[in-house]
Design a protein around this ligand. Structure first.
Ligand code: P6P
Length: 331
């Protein structure tokens, strides 16, 4: 380590002064046609993430855990923090120029915002993914997916291959912001002592092959036969099973260590449980940008033409070669 880097480490405890904000501005400068609107939106997501992270750390102390006694459009019991996180994101994003459409897991319909002139964007998000983990101190996350909106086409849901930025925030042992805007996948960790997301990795690559599968095996009996055959092969070849019950935590593990994450069709959810617009698409793009693969079992997730905001798709994503092994079982 050079002396200048060791000085930086001595001052900050890490070798980098590159923050999420400086990373995004540098990306913006690589696109002469950029107006800065997308950078502003990512900045809004960053401040929302810091706010939600702070709230989560104090949840049990402030007694904001548990259910609020109502269901969301998914028919799922809403946690108090689902509503808090959703409110934070809606308020912060609506205050930013260029945000024309918002789609949230917690809202029945798309929200159309009176965006000023210039470039318009839509932001789809799951404000607090895996929130049922909260009462037991498990990891949860926020997932986001951003599209350009052509004039007058605000109510059109676009396929995932049209995303211009996507990512997630993992609220775990540390608060981790992972994103792509089409030039690789980059990771940032919140330094609470200075309130900034510090870049800790660039151009993450999913290992081509993994030895961990992540699936809710309680549904095994109702998985299509090809999935069952693949999982039996995994067990016979020494795979480990890891499942956090929160997509952000499970996909982050796959991004860092390789392997495969699955939510197949089940008897209760014939199209799988995960939602295309704010879970499958952003995670699929991240994994593909990191050299992995992401499929519905019938085709590329990013090529699915959306029909409605909350539609569900089966999800297979992870190491390119491991996904290929599963696809050959499904063929
Ligand atoms: P199951 C959380 O409710 C979620 O939407 C994802 O974060 C997670 O991957 C999945 O559902 C877990 O579903 O049926 O295994 O509890």
């Amino acid at each position: 380590m050079s002396s200048s880097t060791s000085n930086v480490v001595a001052i900050t405890g890490h070798g980098s002064f590159i923050t999420l904000q400086s990373h995004v501005l540098a990306e913006e400068r690589r696109h002469p046609e950029a107006t800065g609107t997308l950078s502003w939106i990512i900045s809004a997501l960053a401040i929302s993430a810091k706010t939600i992270a702070a709230k989560l750390k104090r949840a049990r102390l402030e007694d904001v855990l548990g259910e609020i006694g109502s269901e969301n459009v998914q028919g799922e019991q809403q946690q108090k923090l689902d509503v808090i996180a959703n409110t934070v994101l809606l308020r912060v994003l609506q205050s930013r120029d260029g945000v024309a459409v918002l789609g949230s897991e917690e809202n029945d319909e798309l929200l159309h915002v009176d965006a000023e002139g210039g470039r318009h964007y839509s932001v789809m998000f799951d404000p607090l993914d895996g929130s049922s983990n909260l009462d037991v101190g498990g990891s949860v996350g926020t997932i986001f997916s951003i599209y350009r909106v052509a004039e007058g086409r605000g109510s059109t849901l676009l396929p995932g291959r049209e995303q211009v930025a996507a990512g997630y925030v993992l609220y775990g042992s540390s608060t981790i912001f992972v994103m792509t805007s089409g030039s690789g996948v980059h990771m940032f960790v919140l330094d609470p002592s200075i309130g900034a997301f510090i870049r800790v990795a660039e151009h993450l690559q999913v290992p081509a092959r993994g030895s961990t599968y992540s699936v809710n095996e309680a549904n095994l009996a109702s998985f299509p036969e090809g999935y069952q055959r693949f999982l039996a092969q995994c067990r016979d070849t020494g795979f480990s099973s890891r499942y956090a019950g929160a997509m952000v935590a499970d996909v982050h593990r796959v991004l860092i260590k390789g392997g495969v994450f699955l939510y197949p069709p089940t008897a209760k959810a014939p199209n799988g449980k995960l939602r295309l617009m704010y879970e499958a698409n952003p995670m699929a793009w991240l994994i593909e940008q990191a050299g992995g693969a992401a499929s519905t079992g019938r085709g590329r997730i990013l090529d699915v033409q959306p029909e409605e905001l909350h539609q569900r798709v089966p999800v297979i994503l992870g190491s390119r070669d491991t996904v290929a092994d599963l696809m050959s079982c499904l063929a």
